[in-house]
Design a protein around this ligand. Structure first.
Ligand code: FAD
Length: 294
């Protein structure tokens, strides 16, 4: 199914995100993850792009091709521009064309202090990359959005004004940063709609299955933690198995609330864990588009 068709007729999207195997790991290790995700019927699986990644590293595009060709599922690549020149992006577009990949999540990326490469200056913001990609081919372009504001933005309103630039440049679908407070997401949604952003916005859900992963994510993206969430952490933090179960239950609860309140889609950060993705999918799929065949 094409990205543009996923949300036709008010359908709610259910999409997954995975990351390529770490450096030094063969690309084949991704098969185990994909074998587990295949039967969960996501509308697409997006594949992240390493911070400071280069055109020489084709893992993201290779995996997106595998998802399409071997698993028969729709895929999307993430692509960042901070470290890529115009020539790099041209080369990557060529690699995507060879692999028949048309869905791109266009991002700026983050400064990576460990990168051997220097940031390039051709595309200072994701909106610059989006505008350029529009000249390069018939892509379905997605962009990132931040329900609680991007960390560098001076305010949520300023960030939403910049989000509008991405949509005006050609993004037709937005995927949100992870969040734990649904009310914060709906406050953001109201503001985005009031700012004239009318494209579908999928809610990013990260099941928190370990204390370390929660702390890392929250430091990185600044998501606020509702009392219900912190109580859960406090109660189960010394019991890893129970914490994992509680994290899955929290994500399910969050998704059911989002879907009942009419969200456009759920983008599940699977962390390459078919077990967690299956537990969540089994619980929520009957509630997403009830009655529709998947
Ligand atoms: P931008 O849209 O360029 O925004 C960055 C900052 O600049 C914001 O504060 C914004 O308000 C501001 N801004 C934007 N446009 C302008 C403008 N024209 N003038 C002035 N200010 C402006 N990172 C990776 O490295 N690899 C990945 O695979 C990856 N996947 C992601 C997937 C999702 C769903 C999300 C939400 C994030 C992902 N990231 C990934 C992280 C992302 O790269 C960072 O959050 C990065 O800091 C911002 O990227 P962006 O595309 O939102 O940037």
């Amino acid at each position: 199914m094409q990205l543009s068709e996923i949300m036709k007729d008010g359908r709610t999207a259910f999409t997954f995100e995975i990351f390529p195997p770490k450096k030094d790991m063969p690309i084949d290790t991704i098969y185990k993850t994909l074998d587990g995700l295949r039967g969960l019927h996501p509308d697409f699986i997006s594949v992240t792009y390493g911070a400071g990644g280069s055109a020489a590293d084709t893992k993201t595009a290779d995996i997106a091709q595998i998802i399409k060709e071997k698993y028969g599922l729709e895929s999307a690549v993430h692509l960042t521009c901070l470290y890529n020149t115009r020539e790099d992006i041209d080369l990557i577009c060529e690699q995507l064309r060879e692999r028949n990949i048309r869905n791109i999540l266009a991002l700026r990326g983050d400064f990576n202090p460990n990168s051997e490469r220097k940031p390039a200056s051709d595309f200072p913001h994701a909106s610059d990359l989006i505008a350029y990609l529009k000249t390069k081919g018939d892509y379905h372009i997605m962009a990132a959005c931040y329900p609680e504001g991007h960390q560098e933005a001076e305010s949520l309103d300023a960030d939403i004004a910049n989000l509008k630039r991405k949509v005006d440049a050609g993004a037709t679908h937005l995927l949100s940063q992870l969040f734990f407070d649904n009310d914060a997401f709906f406050r953001f949604l109201d503001k985005a709609r009031a700012a004239g952003i009318n494209v579908p916005i999928e809610a990013g859900i990260m099941p928190c299955t370990s204390k370390a992963s929660i702390e890392r994510m929250v430091t990185m993206c600044g998501a606020s933690l509702p009392a219900k969430f912190t109580r859960m952490m406090a109660k189960y933090q010394n019991y890893p198995d129970a914490l994992k179960e509680a994290g899955i239950a929290y994500a399910i609860d969050q998704i059911i609330d989002l879907v009942s309140r009419g969200v456009d889609g759920i983008h599940l950060y699977t962390m390459n864990s078919p077990y967690v993705a299956k537990r969540i999918s089994d619980a929520v799929l009957p509630l997403i588009n009830p009655g529709a065949a998947r």
